[in-house]
Design a protein around this ligand. Structure first.
Ligand code: ARG
Length: 361
């Protein structure tokens, strides 16, 4: 059996697996041996996990250029950009200056859990899937220096916690679990079969950690699926203030670290092709008991949300079920070909549309 025949079989059984859908045996067999080896690493997650939605993780920033004929069709399919259309990612945060509050939809939405994150990778390091243990430890050291600086900023001062065994800032046991339960820290990555196949969770928990501001509303994850996940979290309804918090923190933090990997075409480079572009995921936890059939039926809510360009997850993160009272996590699906401001607007518009549907049923 060759890889090509394996993938053909996979395509028939799992048409949703975008790697399998777009893999071209001709393209692959035309590559030099070492490039074939690189491609096999990129698509390993999709091969090992037939139920993958994307089925690939870039290992180096240059993979998106080097293997365009493989990755570009997958990217376009996921982000719904037709073959003939130019991709040239633009960035725009200007809407953070405007008033945009969930309370304008309904008074009841004044105390919502809101979160917005962006993924970033430092250009001078391999992407997480290809990092050695030494790379991971070195990367964390570079970040710790930046955080020491950020601690001097009155608005963003805070603390760094490391999962690296023996670290001066070590977070472990129950203290770690408490941060995970509070949705501040990421879960044990070694339990994620997609990340395991992509090499991304290797050497867990070395080089992993988080910075959290004193107000606990600005957080930087180190060493998860991307080198950095930079986020703002708040309870309330003021969406513009949430985005502005991230924008300012991101600007300040970016000035303290080496340059991020970025492409004119795909925007910010991320491990997973689903996150390219803005690399932004903005979400709300909303209680939608009617749309979730009393909290039991995540699929019903997914179908409703899809019409408004939103994705639905359980509140326990990716691949989790709906929470008590039908609380679900909604976020605009698009990351590439939209700006940061458009994502904020789509989250607001989508939340409004879903809320109307929920309250009239
Ligand atoms: N590798 C998984 C798949 O292909 C995850 C895709 C999106 N999620 C993510 N965290 N990048 O289905």
């Amino acid at each position: 059996m060759t890889v090509a025949t394996d993938i053909l079989a996979l395509r028939l059984d799992h048409p949703e697996n975008l790697m399998a859908r777009h893999f071209s045996a001709d393209y692959f067999s035309g590559l030099a041996k070492d490039d074939q080896a690189r491609v096999l690493k990129i698509i390993k997650s999709g091969l090992d996990n037939p139920d993958s939605q994307m089925g690939a993780y870039a290992q180096h920033s240059v993979d998106y250029d080097d293997f365009g004929p493989l990755l570009d069709p997958m990217i376009r399919d996921y982000h719904k950009i037709s073959a003939g259309v130019d991709i040239a990612q633009k960035h725009d945060w200007s809407a953070t200056a405007s008033a945009c509050s969930l309370e304008d939809i309904d008074e009841a939405l004044r105390d919502v859990s809101m979160r917005v994150r962006v993924g970033r990778n430092v250009a001078s390091f391999p992407l997480p899937g290809a990092m050695t243990k030494a790379d991971r430890i070195e990367f964390e050291k570079v970040m710790v220096k930046a955080f020491e600086n950020l601690k001097n900023d009155a608005d963003f001062c805070g603390a760094y916690y490391s999962l690296t065994p023996g670290s001066d800032f070590e977070l472990k046991g129950q203290a770690y679990q408490t941060r995970v339960d509070a949705h501040q820290m990421f879960k044990d990555m070694s339990g994620d079969r997609y990340l395991n196949s992509g090499g991304i969770s290797s050497d867990w928990p070395y080089g992993r950690g988080m910075y959290i501001s004193a107000a606990e509303d600005f957080i930087v994850w180190v060493g998860e699926e991307d080198h950095l996940r930079i986020m703002a979290m708040k309870r309330g309804g003021d969406l513009a203030a949430l985005f502005a918090r991230l924008q300012v923190g991101l600007e300040k933090f970016s000035a303290l670290v080496p340059a991020f990997a970025h492409s004119e075409k795909y925007g910010y480079i991320t491990s997973c092709p689903t996150n390219l572009g803005t690399a932004m995921r903005a979400s709300l936890h909303m209680a939608l008991p009617n749309l979730t059939g009393g909290g039991q039926d995540l699929d019903a809510a997914k179908a409703a949300a899809q019409k408004f360009g939103l994705s639905v997850r359980g509140v326990g993160g990716e691949h989790s079920g709906a929470g008590q009272g039908g609380i679900i996590d909604i976020s605009p699906s698009a990351r590439l070909g939209v700006t940061e401001s458009e994502i904020m607007q789509r989250l607001f518009d989508g939340a409004k549309a879903l809320w109307l549907l929920e309250t009239k049923t």
